[in-house]
Every structure is written in structure tokens, then in C-alpha cells.
Design a protein around this ligand. Structure first.
Ligand code: PRT
Ligand code: ZN
Length: 304
């Protein structure tokens, strides 16, 4: 579909006027977090309740709200320049889009699962079996890679009930907490794909200089937020003599900020600590004489 063509009656995409377009899931598990990504990047949207389209005044970006299954194709066809969608849907649709950034939400696994009391030993037990799934393309590719011949049965929903109806011997479905599988007395036996939400782009949009510039600006903002979420800012007071020991404990980053305190021989040390090292660092710091350790969340972190 060409840009500027009416998508639905009464809803017309505007022609290019120096604005980017992004498609997001309208309703569902990714909808709220996708909007939050934009908000965290300073993209304020005009209220879009019940509407399929929203504009931002604070960034040259228009948002189209779609079913997640349609997003890869809309981006591939250039109807929108960008999209946020689960890797699972992206791989299943096989769309030709540029995969830009993993966004750290919507995490799940597309897994093979079998009835709990099956004597499953290895993936080769699935040879000749019937496997129900809503992801036939991803599953077929996985089985081919493993050189397993099985009958793939495409089902659009409630895949988890198919073994109890004797429609299938195993299923391949998304799992997050695992409770749906447990309720249906199924157990996951093999991860086919690890998925999370991803920012994707139309390859031609990435080549168009003015679009590329806007996409890069948006990505920098999004990344600064994602990076900040993984970081804590730690402040402490300590005897000046402990500084070297404290510096040894603080991981990577740049060198900490050190400020002398009014009390003689005491300093304040400030630094950013990646979340993964956080508890380890705090526990070690306690042994150095550091006191009054304060930890605050980081709002944005712009890396150069
Ligand atoms: O209407 P639209 O087509 O836009 O939405 P949808 O109904 O197709 O998708 P939606 O909103 O359910 O999911 C959107 C995306 O969220 C998926 O494509 C995944 O990328 C991601 N996601 C993350 C999940 C799950 N976790 C998830 N648990 N999508 C679906 N599930 C389902 C799963 O299919 C199973 O039925 O939840 C059940 C299992 O959950 P647990 O927690 O019991 O394991
Ligand atoms: Zn869907």
C-alpha cells in the first residue's frame, strides 16, 4: 500500500511532511509498555482513546495502533517507518524489516510442551508426532534444523487444550509464567525461541537521510531510558583513607565523583552502578567503612 493512501474509511495517513510513523499494538500485552517507551523518549501523544491514530506534538511522530500480527507487514511495506512487536510475531511473519533494539518487556519463550506423564527423553521423541501451534513457520524451521519430521497442526488459539482432545501429541506455544501449561498438565521440554518486544524499521526509511536522523534521535532517547533502568546511582560517605579500596569495588563506569565533607578526613563518593552488580557492590562497600549508603534510581542515562 502506498503512503498517503486511506487505510480505512475516515482514517487517512497524512503524506510525508517530515514526520515519522510508528505502529504499536492497539490492545494487548504489549500495548501499554510500547506507549511507555515513547513517553519515556519524550514523545507526548494526543489522547487516542478508541482511535487508531495519534499525533505527537513534542516529536515529529505519528502513531498507528494495530493488531500485533499486522505490524511486521506494515513496517515491511513502508506504511509505517517503525514498529514495536514481539520477536515471536516478527519471526513467524518473516517480514523483511531491520531489527533495531530489544526493548526489555514482553518477555516469553516459544516452547514445545508435552503431557506431564509422557516419558519424554529428548527432542527426537517428537519424530512422527502431531504438534499443535499458532507459529507453524517458526516451528517448521526449528524441526527442519533438528532434522525431525513431525506433523505441524496450525491452530489459531487455545493450543494448550489440543493434547487433551487428542488433536495433538505436543504443542508449541508461548510461555511466560508457565501456569497455563501447568493447569493443562503439560510440561515445557524445549525452547524454540526466546522472545521480547523489539523496535523494527523499514529498511528504506533507514536509508532516507531525514528519516534516519529522526530514527537515530528516537533510538538514543529510548536507549538512554533502557540503560537508566539497568542502573542505580549510589552515594556514600567514607573515611578518605578508604577511597582506594572503594574504587576497587566499584565496577567499570567512569571514575566516581569524590567530594570532601565538612568533617575532616571524610569524603562523599558518588557513582552509577549497573543493576547486575548492585547487591554485590553494596555488600562489599559495607566492609570498607562506607556509611550512609544512599541508592537512587536513574531517570535517563545518555551514553556518548
Ligand atoms: O489482538 P492482538 O493480535 O494485537 O493481540 P494477541 O492476542 O495476538 O497478542 P497478546 O496481546 O496476547 O500478546 C502480544 C505479545 O505479547 C505476544 O506476541 C508475545 O510477544 C508477548 N507475550 C509475552 C505473550 C505472553 N508473554 C504470553 N504469556 N503472548 C501471549 N502469552 C500467552 C500464551 O500464548 C499462553 O496462552 O499467555 C499464555 C501463557 O502464559 P503463562 O503466563 O500462563 O505462561
Ligand atoms: Zn495477535
Amino acid at each position: 500500500m502506498a503512503e498517503g493512501v486511506a487505510l480505512r474509511k475516515g482514517m487517512e495517513m497524512e503524506p510525508d511532511t517530515g514526520r515519522l510513523k510508528i505502529s504499536l499494538q492497539r490492545k494487548g500485552r504489549l500495548a501499554e509498555s510500547s506507549l511507555r517507551v515513547l513517553i519515556s523518549a519524550g514523545v507526548e501523544l494526543e489522547p487516542a482513546e478508541g482511535r487508531l491514530f495519534a499525533r505527537s506534538r513534542s516529536f515529529p511522530l505519528d502513531v498507528l495502533f494495530l493488531r500485533d500480527d499486522d505490524i511486521p507487514e506494515y513496517v515491511q511495506d513502508g506504511i509505517t517507518d517503525l514498529g514495536i512487536v514481539g520477536l515471536n510475531v516478527l519471526k513467524e511473519k518473516g517480514a523483511r524489516v531491520a531489527q533495531l533494539d530489544l526493548l526489555g518487556f514482553g518477555g516469553c519463550e516459544l516452547s514445545l510442551a508435552v503431557p506431564k506423564h509422557d516419558s519424554y527423553r529428548s527432542i527426537y521423541d517428537l519424530e512422527g508426532k502431531r504438534i499443535a501451534t499458532s507459529y507453524p513457520n517458526v516451528l517448521q524451521a526449528f524441526l527442519k534444523e533438528k532434522k525431525i519430521k513431525a506433523k505441524v497442526i496450525e491452530i489459531s488459539g487455545s493450543v494448550e487444550i489440543t493434547p487433551s482432545l487428542d488433536v495433538a501429541d505436543a504443542i508449541c506455544d508461548l510461555v511466560s509464567t508457565g501456569s497455563t501449561l501447568r493447569i493443562h498438565e503439560l510440561e515445557p521440554v524445549e525452547v524454540v525461541l526466546k522472545s521480547e518486544a523489539v523496535l523494527v524499521a523499514n529498511p528504506n526509511s533507514m536509508k532516507e537521510p531525514w528519516k534516519r536522523e529522526l530514527i537515530d534521535r528516537l533510538r538514543t532517547r529510548v536507549q538512554s531510558h533502557l540503560q537508566a533502568r539497568k542502573t542505580k546511582y549510589v552515594m556514600m560517605n567514607a573515611p578518605a583513607g578508604s577511597l582506594e579500596e572503594i574504587r576497587q569495588i566499584l565496577p567499570g563506569m567512569k571514575s566516581p565523583t569524590v567530594v570532601p565533607l565538612a568533617q575532616d578526613g571524610m569524603i562523599a563518593v558518588h557513582t552509577a552502578v549497573p543493576e547486575e552488580f548492585f547487591w554485590d557492590v553494596i555488600e562489599k562497600l559495607q566492609g570498607t567503612g562506607a556509611t550512609d549508603i544512599l541508592v537512587v534510581p536513574v531517570e535517563k542515562m545518555v551514553l556518548s
